[in-house]
Design a protein around this ligand. Structure first.
Ligand code: ADP
Ligand code: TRP
Length: 332
């Protein structure tokens, strides 16, 4: 029996961070064991906010190197750049005809931008380009072009997935056949949102991330910047409301978690110590991936080869799908 298909993408808009790791990379790599996988670098999505060509290129290499450093096998999986698959953009145009403007008005990221503008007394659409406004349509095309079964993403992407489902359903309904496979989000509820240095959701847009591949010294320095309250060393501390502990839990075994929990509750442990425990476990876990990443990022021609091969394989599948769609909708 043919394997099911898992697909996901990430924008090359900054250094991959711990939130991306637990929210997306790790679950996606777990799925790679049992699914046919198509994982990509969402460079056209990144263009909505990033206009510097050198930076777009460099960050795209970094995302590709991250996938490979984490053990994605490029022979088994298809790893490619979004911009290299032409059918995506044709499918996007088709999906546009079935996407109501109202649906896009409800997208969280667009709504949040409008809200920010209102608070700053600016025009509601200030700084909103059509790429941002129609973001979920291109994302739906990324997914639907491959007949994807599951889409491993962090919790913040759930609404985008619902929109892809909505759009696909209205198309299938109109043409009275399953033109497009209905995808399912694969979200690790246990991870939820990974918290950043300031206690908010870790995100490149908030500038509060812990990048995955910092050299040890820099990693330690950054962890020491995690915002804490002013409790003294002696005071017992609550692990369950502490962002240091919530990050520690992601890396630690159950026993290690229990041990640190006891130290929190007993008092006598300062925030500096808690941060040191977090640094040690993070550094130890990330060291081997960091080493591979450094090797890969210095071998761009290898990354080029992998992405070229991925693009060829992706284009073959997507152009077949587009032939089928064109016929079904009366364009061919
Ligand atoms: P960012 O918010 O930093 O720009 P992206 O939008 O590029 O991150 O997200 C890439 C993937 O990582 C998505 O699947 C997203 O849901 C996941 N992700 C990003 N930040 C977090 C976080 N703090 N916790 C869990 N998952 C996250
Ligand atoms: N919107 C996703 C993010 O910001 C990136 C993305 C683009 C994506 N296209 C996708 C994720 C298709 C899953 C499937 O993280």
């Amino acid at each position: 029996m043919a394997k099911k298909i898992a697909l996901t993408g990430i924008k090359p808009t900054g250094l991959p961070h711990i939130g991306n790791y637990f929210g997306m990379y790790k679950p996606a790599l777990e799925l790679a064991k049992d699914f046919d996988t198509r994982y990509f670098i969402a460079d056209y999505h990144a263009l909505n906010s990033l206009k510097d060509p050198k930076l777009v290129k460099e960050l795209s290499y970094e995302v590709a190197a991250t996938w490979l450093a984490m053990g994605l096998d490029p022979k088994d999986s298809i790893l490619y750049k979004q911009s290299a698959v032409q059918g995506t953009f044709e499918l996007t145009t088709f999906l546009m005809a079935f996407t109501s403007k109202g649906l896009m008005n409800r997208a969280h990221s667009y709504k949040a931008k409008v809200q920010d503008n209102k608070e700053l007394n600016k025009d509601p659409d200030d700084g909103v380009n059509m790429g941002l406004f129609t973001y979920p349509v291109l994302m739906a095309a990324d997914i639907l072009q491959f007949d994807s079964d599951v889409v491993p993403v962090g919790k913040d992407q759930a609404q985008h997935l619902e929109m892809a489902v909505d759009i696909a359903q209205s198309i299938n309904h109109n043409y009275k056949q399953e033109l497009l496979k209905i995808p399912q989000a694969f979200i690790k509820e246990s991870t939820g949102y990974v918290t950043g240095l300031d206690g908010r959701k870790m995100s490149k847009s908030y500038n509060n991330t812990i990048p995955l591949f910092l050299p040890s010294k820099k990693l330690r320095k950054l962890i020491m910047k995690i915002v804490t309250n002013s409790q003294s060393v002696e005071e017992p501390k609550d692990p369950d409301t502490c962002s240091i502990f919530s990050l520690y839990k992601l890396f630690a075994s159950k026993d290690q978690q229990l041990e640190l929990r006891k130290k929190y509750l007993a008092g006598g442990m300062g925030w500096g110590h808690a941060k040191q425990y977090l640094f040690e476990i993070m550094d130890e876990t990330l060291a081997p991936i960091r080493e591979k990443y450094t090797e890969l990022i210095n071998d761009k021609s290898y990354i080029d080869d992998v992405l070229k091969d991925g693009a060829d394989r992706a284009n073959e599948i997507v152009s077949r799908k587009m032939d089928f769609i064109r016929k079904a909708i009366g364009l061919a």
